[in-house]
Design a protein around this ligand. Sequence first.
Ligand SMILES: C[S@@+](CC[C@H](N)C(=O)[O-])C[C@H]1O[C@@H](n2cnc3c(N)ncnc32)[C@H](O)[C@@H]1O
Ligand code: SF4
Length: 353
Amino acid sequence: MCEEHSPHSPLQVRREQNGKPRRIMPFGMIERVVAEAAPHGLREVIPSTMGEPLLYEHFEDILDLCDRYGVKLNLTTNGTFPRLGAVAWAERIVPVTSDVKISWNGATKATHESIMLGSRWEKMVENVRAFIAVRDAHAEAGGNRCRITFQLTFLEANVAELADMVRLAIDFGVDRVKGHHLWVHFDEIRELSMRRSPEAIERWNQAVLEAREAASERALPNGKHVILENFLLLDSSATEDLAPGRPCPFLGREAWVSAVGRFDPCCAPDVQRRSLGEFGDLSAQSVMEIWNGEAYRELVTTYRNRYLCLSCNMRKPSGGKAWVGDLFKFRPAAHTTSTNTDTPPTPSALTRC
Ligand SMILES: C[S@@+](CC[C@H](N)C(=O)[O-])C[C@H]1O[C@@H](n2cnc3c(N)ncnc32)[C@H](O)[C@@H]1O
Ligand code: SF4
């Protein structure tokens, strides 16, 4: 389903038709953007939401950069831990990372492998256990305790296993299970959405109740309870609007940089995101110049009227707890004003979900 890899993705098809190679961000750009944003309170760096970050040849340089500037890494990975393996990656990642999200999509081998094509269940299980063992040992020795999250995509294909995925997370010592509803940006995946009809929403709501029960059955090995994020009951009107009236979780708080240096305001699928406008090019402009620029400020104050934002999958329905989220994304820690006023927020830190 990832835009960069799905055979159905318009982005992927267009790239292949034009004979273009995969886009890879030059490390110099990462270095420059982090250096520019760090004095303005950059809090986290979130490498790649459109490919597998651990395949990036300069990934270890990003870890060094985080260490040098005192910012945390916030990682989403497919859990294959390519090149170095789970233990060696954990030893490098854990000390500088706030949260590692491992994409997970089933409680059984059959379901997980049918959604995460090319993955091997036994290897994924082994990797998660190995990564968590390194995390636990590092924390017990007084080091950083990096949170481990299962990152789900809520789908018809795995909704029946939602509660068992929570139980599995507890077994492993995964701190948090988080998910997003499928962002339907091409027809082939429409039938997988749990928001496609009131009947699907009813099945989703039942699965949420069962998952919440599973979370309360027993504690994690550290005595705490697993955190569920976005396991929220939906109204039947959520087919149109997931979260009526709720704010955008990103604008004025986080920013993305595409592999080619384009400043993007959020992680909406590429074609749809372009309807929000053009904001700037980081190979020619500084991140703060774009952040405080007219085009971005206008979006921050007017997004509630944008067609894309009205149906957006990322806004959080009321009743949910605090939001947590080749692209390179930043999140400001705090701002002096809310995102729906005319005064530009002052980013006191920039990161990713
Ligand atoms: C695109 S991946 C990229 C990072 C990494 N390669 C990985 O697989 O975790 C980030 C997450 O987005 C989810 N995702 C992909 N396509 C999606 C869609 N159309 N709607 C919602 N989530 C999606 C994936 O399941 C994955 O957990
Ligand atoms: S589509 Fe609009 S509401 Fe959704 S994440 Fe992007 S800017 Fe925010």
